[in-house]
Design a protein around this ligand. Structure first.
Ligand SMILES: Cc1cc2nc3c(=O)[nH]c(=O)nc-3n(C[C@H](O)[C@H](O)[C@H](O)COP(=O)(O)O)c2cc1C
Length: 291
């Protein structure tokens, strides 16, 4: 019996891992994952039974969300003092990842910081302060991505291109979503950029507004070299790890994927911005206004 207990997560460890996972960002807050904790493994699977129409909760977003949960799960295992062996299998859906405790190992400083940011992270849907993000801060946020994931910072002169493409995609979005849209937002030009993008009140600033907006926020695009299940999970995990580092550095962030569901939008964005891969997630980063 003691042997069996040694080989299983304790109740306290289960709570730490479950809490870490449940706090991950997910599309529409749907938390489309399940977690099994046999022996000293953590098995994360995607849930396709949540009853949301596929157009609302598409497979890509499910996998990005599971990737975000995976990033939190790994941090949970690490702060419990275990080394991790992480497997993201290619063809075993609904299984997304298996994280095994691989012997004892103290967490690194950066992991502890990222873990403590889990409970403070939330989607920022308000304006940013007029404080630019220093290049060194940005480097700490997006400078350590896993293999196969790259990040492209959108330069000041490029926001118009991005906005024009996203705006075009949002027209289809509004059709998909029914009556809600720009006309009903009531925000006009005073609307904070890209606030609340995935909600029924989805609003994108028009291209001209964004092109002339002072660069108070930093926009980054997470890209992958291929567009398969494993890469989408990794992109979600990389996004979340970056987000936690950003929060630890006093930044706020939010993510957007919906316009990128459309392949022609992804292709044009890749071509027009010379992206280092397929665009998967757009993140806006900055210092929250009013602090
Ligand atoms: C893959 C993915 C896509 C998302 N897309 C959007 C989006 O387009 N617009 C938006 O406002 N929020 C988006 N979100 C944020 C979720 O709505 C948010 O994580 C969820 O409601 C939980 O809130 P929290 O992040 O504050 O914990 C996305 C999150 C994920 C993981």
């Amino acid at each position: 019996m003691p042997d069996l207990i040694e080989r299983m997560w304790s109740d306290g460890e289960v709570e730490v891992l479950a809490r870490a996972v449940i706090r991950a960002p997910s599309v529409h807050g749907s938390q489309p994952w399940s977690l099994n904790l046999p022996e000293r493994r953590a098995e994360l699977s995607e849930r396709t039974d949540l009853g949301l129409p596929e157009g609302v909760l598409c497979g890509r977003d499910r996998l990005f969300s599971c990737g975000a949960a995976l990033a939190n799960l790994i941090l949970g295992v690490r702060v419990l003092g275990w080394e991790t062996d992480v497997r993201v299998p290619a063809g075993e859906a609904p299984l997304v990842a298996v994280v095994s405790a691989a012997g004892r190992g103290a967490p690194l400083d950066g992991e502890l910081h990222a873990y403590t940011a889990i409970s403070r992270r939330r989607s920022h849907r308000l304006p940013f302060a007029s404080i630019p993000v220093a290049p060194s801060t940005l480097e700490s946020v997006i400078g350590h991505l896993p293999p196969g994931v790259a990040c492209r910072v959108v330069r000041a002169g490029e926001t118009g291109i991005l906005a024009a493409l996203l705006e075009k995609a949002s027209v289809t979005d509004r059709d998909d979503w029914g009556a809600d849209g720009l006309a009903r937002s009531g925000y006009g030009d005073a609307r904070p950029p890209w606030a609340g993008l995935v909600r029924r009140t989805i609003v994108l600033p028009d291209a001209r507004t964004l092109a002339h907006r002072p660069p108070v926020e930093t926009i980054v695009i997470f890209c992958t070299e291929h567009d398969d299940r494993v890469r989408q999970v990794r992109a979600g995990a990389a996004m979340q790890r970056s987000w936690l580092t950003a929060v630890d550095r006093g930044l706020a962030a939010s993510v957007l994927t919906r316009p990128l569901h459309e392949e022609p939008v992804r292709d044009r964005l890749t071509a027009e911005l010379s992206l280092p891969g397929i665009p998967q997630l757009v993140m806006r980063l900055g210092y929250p206004a009013g602090i």
